[in-house]
Design a protein around this ligand. Sequence first.
Ligand code: NAG
Ligand code: NAG
Ligand code: NAG
Ligand code: NAG
Ligand code: NAG
Length: 376
Amino acid sequence: MHNLALVALAAAFCTSSANAALKLAQNYQGANFFDGWTFQNGIDANTTGNVLYQTREQALQEGLVSVNAAGHAIIKVDNTTDGTQDPTFGRPSVKILSNATVPAGSLVILDAVFMPYGCSVWPAFWMQGPNWPDDGEIDIVENVNLATNNRYALHTLQGCMHPPADQSTGIETGTLMAPDCFNQTNGNEGCLIQDPSPNSFGAGFAANGGGVFALLWDDTGIKIWFFTRSAIPSDVPSNSPNPSGWGTPTAFYPSTTCDTSKFFSPQTIIFDISICGNFAGIPSVFNPSCPGLCTNLVGTPSNYNTAYFEIAYLRVFTNGSSTGSTTQTGSGSGSTPKATGSGSSGNLHRTSTATIFTVLAAIALPLIGGYLSVTL
Ligand SMILES: *[C@@H]1O[C@H](CO)[C@@H](O)[C@H](O)[C@H]1NC(C)=O
Ligand SMILES: *[C@@H]1O[C@H](CO)[C@@H](O)[C@H](O)[C@H]1NC(C)=O
Ligand SMILES: *[C@@H]1O[C@H](CO)[C@@H](O)[C@H](O)[C@H]1NC(C)=O
Ligand SMILES: *[C@@H]1O[C@H](CO)[C@@H](O)[C@H](O)[C@H]1NC(C)=O
Ligand SMILES: *[C@@H]1O[C@H](CO)[C@@H](O)[C@H](O)[C@H]1NC(C)=O
């Protein structure tokens, strides 16, 4: 009895100390926000978007990345260049990959006041390991056009599942749309959860002053919370955020059905904004909310006035057991990360392909066979 009590006490102590041990490892904020990133430049070959990703120097010079008067980082699509006379026009945009990686035992917090939206606009805030899909992919923010609800997804090798809906009641507030994270199931749709809040993406997110996305990756699995601005727990912006007080997560991938230690390596953080391509630009995705052909919008700069992230901060806390992450506070001094800038971005293509299947299945089932054979 006495021994059991001690064991219970020790277990409780270990649990709470594991949380308490989360320490700030990377802080992207203000003037130093862009220090710890690799800019992937060139065309968007993998998602066939109508963008031309810029180098760091180009993006800075063109004002596509900047820090505003409020000290918030801006990542935006060019909205000054007229491309209407050029049929091959790729609108200048930005794709950045973190030099440091995020290992198991981490908490990632993104506070954004504005995220890109508008017809043809396709933003993502996501993470992936060095090899895809072997090292996993975690999509924290991704949707397109005039969507109002964000979506969360994992993409993995075979064997990582979200529990089926009837066995996961109450574990999350989001809506399970697809349970299998395996990249070869249903054209890589991923294990997909939709946020219940109509202010988790797009115009509603912006009108509400944005909010916080927080991802906790620990031995219990991967949990993601979304908080609208007015609902952000008070310890989120502190030096010692404690997710155990944040209530039911929006999305939860428990380790009981997905052994995250097996399916996920330390993750590179990625922000990008594409245009059209094989998600936003698919007519069955585009036309429910936007008129005409997606690619007809690309040349006109004023279509991109709302195509930007405005970020108050991005922070990564870890429990200190990291093997892949490089400590990088403030200026991101001297990080020498794993090979994260190797241009491994194929999964967004595959992610979008998956989403297309989902959307097509939901919206245009009668057309799916003929359509996909044309599109993919
Ligand atoms: C991040 O990596 C890029 C090269 O990929 C390098 O140019 C940049 O200086 C690195 N940043 C830091 C803070 O180490
Ligand atoms: C899934 O990943 C494998 C590599 O493990 C790749 O060969 C295959 O094309 C991918 N499938 C999809 C639909 O992306
Ligand atoms: C950190 O968290 C990971 C994942 O939950 C766990 O496997 C590891 O034991 C933890 N390390 C420490 C020092 O608590
Ligand atoms: C481009 O968009 C920004 C918002 O990101 C806006 O402040 C600016 O006025 C726009 N530029 C033009 C030329 O409309
Ligand atoms: C496209 O994805 C492949 C991996 O599938 C990667 O090697 C390549 O760098 C990516 N290209 C671009 C332009 O993102």
